[in-house]
Write a protein that binds this ligand. Structure first.
Ligand SMILES: [Zn+2]
Length: 755
């Protein structure tokens, strides 16, 4: 393919750490930005943030007011932005985070000391908007400065950001900047194209598991760790890092002690936990002494609804709670502190703003605009028009898609039943003025039309955009087929389908709660309503599989394939289900068919590799591992399994090279040191073997590590060390197999007699 080359892991990597890693985290740390505590620790079982933030309750809401007061007593003079071309850039995106649930945005119950500190010491945009309430399209907008109309990514799971689009990472890497992304959910997996321009794109959500579930995610601390390691590894190089936190997304399940402390509102708990880890990210940057050389941007990707207007979650509607997001910018010595910009701005403005602060011009065609003048001007500047859209109703439910525009004080939503709100008088969007205000309605309609036209789109009326044949084929293959043909009359208005929406949300909730019987029941009803949608079959099959009813799951998926032959999503799920059932021949047949349709299907390539490897067909397996790794080079499961394959077929040097990189990427995973030690041992390099087994004893000692140390020392002829380690092994062999313990005893006797 003639696309820009992806280069990952291109930097020379230092060797694995050989000193004992940091044992436990320090309990209390000082804040990155101020003289008081910011990063509350949760290493202990008890919450410490109460003690650290005694005044936090009730002050959060006052912060914004205090800032305003502070500004009011100052003489109005321009606040200067110091442009600097050598700054690092740290972009932190907060998934599913409503602006109005953060302290510095006026939410009194918030526990968001780090976001609040950033606002106090940086710039807060009080009215920032996402163009689309969906993770992948919104992040594509942040990284390209384009609306979905222009970057072409309209939904999660079914679009790939085209490789001819320029991302912030590409623009900065072209200037010699080292780039790394550390993301937390499958929706922004590298396969969807946001990895363009990143030297490292860390999307290991379910480390070690062969297949990423569609809802795969990881907690903020699991994002922090690889980011931290990377920052250490790149040394003093100038960097652009994107850190993505997914915690506030459904299901709301913050870790302890946030779970207990936010029992009444777990969503707030997720945000508080995420804020804590954000503090750790900031501390990391400060501890490296580069805080004053780093431009920090923190942005939400979209909001969340809690039942307002019939929606729980996000994606279906374009109401304020789904599209208003937090946006903070911080630059010590480069940007003013405590600045609040009231003007309406957008996520597409992030890219041009960052480039402006770095003294770079935006590439042609970028739709956002620099916010530097808004930061500098006391008056703030005029509200920007916001284009809004969601294709989710059409692609996931077969209802009409929605587009919209916010201009002046009004918000217009194009739907079968159009909506018009006066946001100034009616921020809750309760009074639809579309019937009454014909004149402003047609004005906004025309404006929306113009925005769509300018982006090269087609009419926003009824059908926002013709899908290309390619796109349609891809959507169909991924299961998003249950929508009316574009332009068809009579598409249902999503707001008339709240009952169905509720059923979907109830099914999701049942799944989160582990009630798979109820989930299956609801999915069966939905399948009857939407028999043309692959997702109906997949959801039902999944609920059946979770109840261990694998035969019924298979039958459901086969029904789906009868209805939708050649559907990629259904084939992949069917193959996977066979794999889980240990029906390897069927799994291989299904995945083989899938590979004929899509030779880059990562699930099919992985399944083939795993099955062939497991049945001893090592050389054939190797080819599939290599193909799979060319699609997902950062995938931990594949790297480990491939190295295992190589080691077991005497390609020791190749295996060792892979393990050496793995222990750098996952420095606390003792299984990797074990595998590496064994590989060195087999090759006769006992010094390296010992170094790696010792690493395990520093991190989390196991009897097995002492045993392997004893074996290595014995081979090396260092009998005293071998004896000492055998004694350590026998001292507390835990669950080691009795035969192995016997062997160790006999060996110890023998060695002692030699001595
Ligand atoms: Zn999101």
């Amino acid at each position: 393919m003639a696309k820009k080359k992806r280069s990952r892991h291109k930097k020379p990597v230092p060797s694995a750490p050989q000193t004992p890693p940091e044992q436990a985290k320090i309990l209390v740390r000082t804040p990155p930005l101020e003289g008081k505590a910011a990063g509350a620790e949760r290493s202990g079982k008890r919450p410490t943030w109460r003690a650290l933030w005694p005044a936090a309750a009730g002050t959060a809401g006052a912060v914004g007011a205090a800032v305003l007061l502070y500004l009011a007593v100052l003489k109005p003079k321009p606040i200067l932005v110091q442009r600097n071309e050598s700054l690092n850039v740290l972009l932190v995106t907060l998934d599913t985070t409503r602006a109005d649930r953060i302290g510095c945005y006026g939410y009194a119950k918030a526990r968001t000391p780090n976001l609040d500190a950033l606002a106090r010491n940086g710039v807060l945009f009080a009215n920032a908007y996402a163009p689309v309430p969906l993770t992948l399209p919104s992040h594509a907008s942040i990284l390209t400065g384009l609306t979905p109309l222009a970057h072409g990514v309209h939904n999660n799971g079914s679009y790939v950001l085209s490789y001819d689009k320029l991302t912030l990472a590409e623009l900065l890497r072209d200037k010699g900047v080292t780039t790394g992304a550390f993301v937390a959910s499958f929706s922004v997996d590298s396969r969807f194209g946001l990895d363009q321009g990143f030297d490292v794109y860390d999307d290991n959500f379910q480390e070690g598991s062969p297949f990423k579930a569609l809802n795969a995610e990881r907690k903020a601390e699991q994002v922090l760790e690889p980011f931290s390691n990377w920052l250490d590894r790149i040394g003093g190089e100038r960097f652009f890092a994107w850190v993505h936190f997914f915690d506030p997304h459904l299901p709301y399940s913050p870790p302890s002690p946030y779970r207990e402390n936010f029992e009444a509102d777990l969503y707030d708990g997720e945000i508080a936990y995420m804020d804590f880890v954000l503090g750790e990210v900031l501390l990391k940057v400060r501890d490296r002494g580069i805080l004053s050389r780093t431009l920090i941007v923190v942005a939400g990707d979209h909001g969340e609804a809690f039942g307002e207007k019939g929606e729980s979650g996000h994606g279906v509607f374009l109401y304020e709670m789904a599209v208003r997001v937090p946006l903070l910018v911080y630059g010590e010595g480069h940007l003013p502190a405590g600045r609040v910009v009231q003007a309406r701005v957008r996520l597409i403005d992030i890219l041009p703003t960052v480039l402006d602060v770095l003294g770079m011009a935006s590439p042609e065609g970028v739709q956002g605009q620099t916010l530097v003048p808004y930061i500098q001007r006391r008056s703030g500047g005029r509200d920007l028009d916001v284009y809004l859209e969601t294709f989710y109703p059409r692609e996931n439910f077969g209802w009409a898609p929605l587009t919209g525009i916010i201009s002046g004080k009004s918000k217009f939503i194009q739907a079968p039943k159009a909506e018009l709100y006066d946001l100034a008088a009616d921020p809750a969007e309760e009074k639809n003025l579309a019937e009454r205000e014909g004149k402003s309605l047609s004005g906004l309609k025309a404006r929306l039309e113009a925005v769509v036209q300018a982006a090269g789109g087609t009419s926003a009326e009824a059908a926002p955009r013709e899908l290309s044949a390619d796109e349609r084929a891809r959507l169909r293959s991924l299961g998003y087929v249950d929508y009316s043909e574009p332009g068809a009359k009579g598409d249902a208005d999503p707001k008339d389908r709240l009952d169905e929406l509720k059923m979907v949300q109830d099914a999701e909730k049942a799944e989160f709660e582990g009630n798979f019987g109820l989930a299956a029941e609801l999915h069966e009803k939905m399948l009857a309503l939407r028999p043309g949608a692959a997702s109906s079959y997949v959801n039902l099959a999944l609920a059946r599989a979770r109840q261990k009813e694998f035969d019924r799951a298979v039958a459901t998926l086969k029904d789906g394939l009868d209805r939708l032959p050649g559907n990629e999503l259904l084939m992949s799920r069917l193959g996977y289900t066979y794999l889980v059932m240990n029906k390897w021949a069927e799994a291989m047949e299904t995945m083989g068919e899938l590979l004929k349709l899509n030779p880059r299907s990562i699930d099919a390539l992985t399944a083939m590799a795993v099955i062939l490897d497991g049945t001893g067909r090592k050389a054939e397996a190797r080819e599939y591992f290599e193909s799979a790794l060319s699609v997902e080079p950062e995938n931990k499961f594949l790297r480990v399994a491939y190295a295992g394959n190589l080691a077991s077929t005497r390609y020791l040097a190749e295996a060792i090279a892979i393990y050496e990189k793995l222990v750098i990427d996952f420095p606390r995973d003792t299984a990797l040191y074990r595998a590496l030690g064994i590989a060195y041992g087999i090759g006769g390099n006992f010094d390296e073997a010992i170094k790696n087994f010792k690493q395990i004893t520093y991190i989390a000692p196991t009897p097995d590590a002492y045993y392997n140390l004893a074996v290595s020392y014995r081979q090396k002829g260092e009998i005293a060390e071998a004896v000492a380690n055998l004694e350590r092994y026998l001292d507390d062999p835990k669950d080691e197999p009795p035969a192995k313990i016997e062997r160790a005893r006999a060996e110890l006797q023998k060695l002692k007699s030699i001595k």
